[in-house]
Design a protein around this ligand. Structure first.
Ligand code: UDP
Ligand code: MG
Length: 314
């Protein structure tokens, strides 16, 4: 037997918001996927301010299976907050995040763990082979979002997901990153470390419905981009130069072509250009304001999540 093989407890983190119908199946599916491989694990289910019986179900599951631990957040902090609450509480040598709705196959966790054991990678990332059923609008939206993110920050997250296994080293690094407004998918890619990929097929959600409304998604996209790049602010500089260039060109045009001064069409053209750049200035102000608000958010230094209950005593 290879004695250099990594071994140790695997922590599985499942953020759950109103997932009462999925949790028993999740607990059973994880046991069914990992027990045959004799993988030692703990399952941390984080109740992210659910309004249904999610917390009661977590407590029941924890009573029945000592490997299940539950954390209850004091309100809905969003999936990011729930994931970081889990990450903050792992006892394992490595940890993986999985959606509570069973859209990510638990069998893939066994595959990831096996790759981690060989020591070839500190991060084993699930990459979507197929994306499951998504609406055309959603597909276009994610394509545009990842395209923009890649163009502006150079980080390629296409077909990436939060479904990734991280070694203790990576967990410690993430824990040391001080930002309050997190973007897990980006942060865990930004930290580097050798990464291996494991392909998986996204499944259909069996119970309940998606917790990400279009509004929540747009908010998430904007905050993710701003968390990773200040390119939108640079863009305003580019527009500034463009506008100066246009102003000079128009000036020269009116000096050398006197008829231009009398033409109504030209007046309209100049007006529309002015109004356009007035709009650009306002957008630029909005973008700067947004980054300012984010700085303010960081300065307040509030916790990423607040835990109100737990099934263990730490
Ligand atoms: N989730 C959460 N807090 C939220 C929204 C979602 O903990 O505010 C959890 C949710 O319970 C699920 C996972 O994050 O386990 C992914 O959410 P969902 O399945 O709704 O997203 P989708 O698969 O539609 O992108
Ligand atoms: Mg889902």
């Amino acid at each position: 037997m290879d004695t250099n093989k990594r071994t140790g407890l695997l922590s599985i983190i499942a953020p759950a918001m109103n997932e009462e119908g999925n949790l028993p199946a999740l607990v059973a599916a994880i046991a069914a996927a990992l027990d045959p491989h004799k993988i030692p694990y703990e399952l941390i289910i984080v109740d992210d301010g659910s309004s249904d019986r999610t917390w009661e179900v977590i407590c029941e599951q924890a009573k029945r299976d000592a490997r299940v631990r539950g954390l209850k957040l004091s309100r809905n902090f969003g999936k990011e907050g729930a994931m970081f609450a889990g990450l903050d509480n792992v006892r394992g040598e490595c940890a993986v995040i999985i959606d509570a709705d069973l859209q990510f196959p638990p069998e893939t966790i066994a595959e990831m763990y096996a790759v981690w054991q060989t020591g070839v990678a500190d991060i084993v990332e699930g990459k979507k082979r197929t994306r499951g059923k998504e609406s055309l609008v959603y597909k276009l939206f994610t394509k545009a979002f990842y395209g923009m993110l890649k163009g502006m920050s150079g980080i390629d997250l296409n077909n990436a997901s939060d479904f990734k296994l991280m070694d203790r080293k990576v967990l410690d690094t993430l824990a040391e990153m001080p930002e309050r407004q997190t973007f897990f998918r980006g942060m865990s890619s930004w930290v580097g470390f050798t990464t291996e990929h494991v392909l998986f097929d996204v499944r259909e959600r069996t119970e309940g419905k998606s917790k990400f409304s279009p509004k929540k998604l747009v908010k998430f996209a904007i905050s993710s981009i701003s968390a990773f790049t200040d390119a939108p602010m640079q863009l305003t500089t580019v527009f500034g130069f463009l506008s100066c260039f246009l102003a000079v060109a128009l000036g020269i045009f009116t000096i050398f072509f006197p008829f231009a001064r009398e033409s109504v069409e030209i007046l309209c053209a100049v007006l529309s250009v002015m109004v356009f750049f007035f709009g650009v200035v306002l957008i630029a102000l909005g973008i700067i304001g947004y980054y300012l608000a984010r700085i303010y958010g960081e300065l307040k230094n509030r916790p990423r999540f607040i835990i109100s209950n737990r099934t263990d005593d730490r």
